[in-house]
Design a protein around this ligand. Structure first.
Ligand SMILES: Nc1nc2c(ncn2[C@@H]2O[C@H](COP(=O)(O)OP(=O)(O)OP(=O)(O)O)[C@@H](O)[C@H]2O)c(=O)[nH]1
Ligand SMILES: [Mg+2]
Length: 268
């Protein structure tokens, strides 16, 4: 006799073990919302979405392209083309809060999937890694957040200035010690979250350090976090919104949140 069961049902039914079990995973294993903020990228946005859709269509519930008033007309044109190409999957969200952190925070409020992937549209977050993130989440339902790391074997930096890489290394080592964590990349804004972990917190950062805040608040409250490697490659078009002053302010964010009572940033 054949039984079509998922893993949970099999475990529940262990008392009456069938002779032969066929495990049928549903086609769509995760209902993933992907957040892609957009400022002045064109070809890299197209490439990002095309690769993600080709490799993961069944696991993607929606791709949210977050735009600002300052998003370029050319970029808006490409976003519209992508909506025409993938009408069931892509939507545009106009941010109300300012800057990159504001874009992400607005998107966190708007996601409808069971899992969320945050990434960029400048091809610095390797779209091929999305497949690995989804596969890891499916294989490890016990994990709350899967972060990607540029510092693990299989990651790496291409086109990153040497002094920036050195500062980044010192930053990661210092803050992993301060937070007592094995994680090697606390600031790379390329991660998969169980959606509930995005809804638990009062967020405060608006600029790039939000990418750090949205990892260390869950870390401080006991989220189970693992890392997989992902290579970083410098953008080949458009311009970064980041600068040295913003990069320096990550330090203030890290120090402030290390000693803040948890109750001050968990939603009641
Ligand atoms: N909607 C929106 N997107 C933004 C904003 N700032 C940056 N982005 C997007 O967020 C992604 C990452 O932004 P970058 O400014 O390149 O930041 P970064 O990659 O962390 O920093 P770099 O290492 O300097 O490149 C890109 O896809 C940008 O288009 C913003 O204020 N609003
Ligand atoms: Mg960038």
């Amino acid at each position: 006799m054949l039984y079509k069961y998922n893993t949970q049902n099999i475990l529940r039914q262990l008392g009456s073990l069938p002779k032969l079990v066929i495990i049928c995973y549903p086609k769509t294993m995760l209902k993933t919302s992907i957040i892609v903020p957009l400022m002045n990228e064109t070809y890299s946005l197209q490439q990002t979405v095309d690769i993600v859709m080709t490799e993961n269509k069944n696991d993607i519930f929606e791709i949210i392209i977050v735009v600002a008033k300052r998003t370029s007309t050319e970029s808006m044109g490409i976003a519209q083309e992508l909506i025409n190409k993938y009408p069931d999957h892509i939507r545009i969200l106009e941010q109300t809060l300012p800057f990159l952190g504001g874009a992400m925070r607005d998107a966190f409020e708007s996601v409808r999937g069971s899992h969320v992937i945050m990434m960029a549209s400048d091809m610095e977050t390797d779209p091929h890694t999305v497949k690995a993130l989804i596969a890891t989440a499916a294989a490890r339902p016990d994990i709350d957040i899967i972060a990607t790391s540029r510092w693990l074997t299989g990651g790496g930096f291409k086109g990153y200035k040497t002094y920036k890489a050195a500062l980044n290394f010192i930053f990661q080592k210092t803050f992993s010690l301060l937070y007592g964590t094995h994680l090697t990349d606390l600031t790379f804004g390329f991660r998969l979250y169980k959606t509930e972990w995005l809804k638990k917190f009062i967020w405060t950062e608006l600029r790039h350090p939000f990418l750090f805040e949205c990892l260390i608040k869950p870390l401080r409250t006991g989220a189970k976090i693992i890392e997989i490697p992902s290579p970083w490659k410098s953008r080949f078009e458009g311009v970064s919104q980041n600068n040295l002053k913003i990069m320096a302010s990550y330090t203030i964010t890290g120090l402030r949140l290390r000693f803040m009572p948890i109750n001050n940033f968990i939603k009641k």
